[in-house]
Ligand binder design. Sequence first.
Ligand code: GTP
Ligand code: MG
Length: 304
Amino acid sequence: MARKLLLLGRAGVGKSTLKKIIFEGEDPSELLHHSLEPTRGIETSNYSWLDLELSIFDTSGQELDNLLKEESEQIIAFGNTAAVIYIFDYNNWQSNSQDIADEIKEVHEIIRRINKEAKLMIIFHKIDLIPEAIRNNVKILTYQIQNIVNLPIKSLLYFTSIAEDYIYSVHNAFSEILSRFSEKTLSLKKTLDASVRDFSKSICYITDYNNGIIVQSKSNDFNINLIYESYRILYHLTQKKKKIILNDGDTHLINIDDKILRMLMAPLDAPNLNLKSLVVVTESFEEGVLYKLMKKILENLKFN
Ligand SMILES: Nc1nc2c(ncn2[C@@H]2O[C@H](COP(=O)(O)OP(=O)(O)OP(=O)(O)O)[C@@H](O)[C@H]2O)c(=O)[nH]1
Ligand SMILES: [Mg+2]
């Protein structure tokens, strides 16, 4: 049976945009420059994601107030939902953070009343619009949000943007959200965790044919502020926009002059699972670390 995911949030926060990027492989830069039509009512669509069948309920922001008030609407939207993904953007948060916090509490209450099984995930979207000084301090922002919202949302809050430099934050958020429901993703995650554990200052991902991150894992000491930087490099690499690739048989070794990150990619040859590449990144100056980590993961991965 398909799992139902409900996308909620005010008008123009980016619900339909995120759906198109993750599940339909649409071009983020296209969607950033050419907006979609506002959604009316609830648009439902079905997709596959690794071993999951998903039914996405994309709601209308303009009709959100009504949906949160009317019990009959709530039952249609929240009933049988595996996850409720509430999305707000930087503009919402800046103009009235208390309103957003109240709305999140309202959604939380409806879940408790109508469908206790549903998980609540929260996405703070359009982080590209946040002034740089605040944006680089995700910890403070998380703390502020948790303080105002005051829900146990610690592990369920994601910061995303479809702007070029952040696009992998979108793939990563959905990878984490969906891995809660996908055994296949969970087992890939365990393999990556077990492999990267013995390495320092490294991160690894598995990507799909949309160049989205299906799963990722990092060693504890990997600098969290470098994660977006590594996403950015991966994005450029997959877009082949910059000449930073030295072809080395099946793998690519990337050295970027002003950055200390090194990255290596290998094809995974698992088209039946829609898995394209394994990517490993390290802060270490030793090139050997990349090859050792790559070898270890490839030995541990089994696709059957
Ligand atoms: N700056 C910025 N703009 C974004 C981002 N993601 C989406 N947008 C823009 O925000 C708008 C979002 O539009 P939609 O995806 O249609 O929003 P929605 O939440 O589906 O809106 P309704 O259907 O009316 O509820 C579009 O103009 C996008 O170009 C982002 O990460 N950063
Ligand atoms: Mg929409």
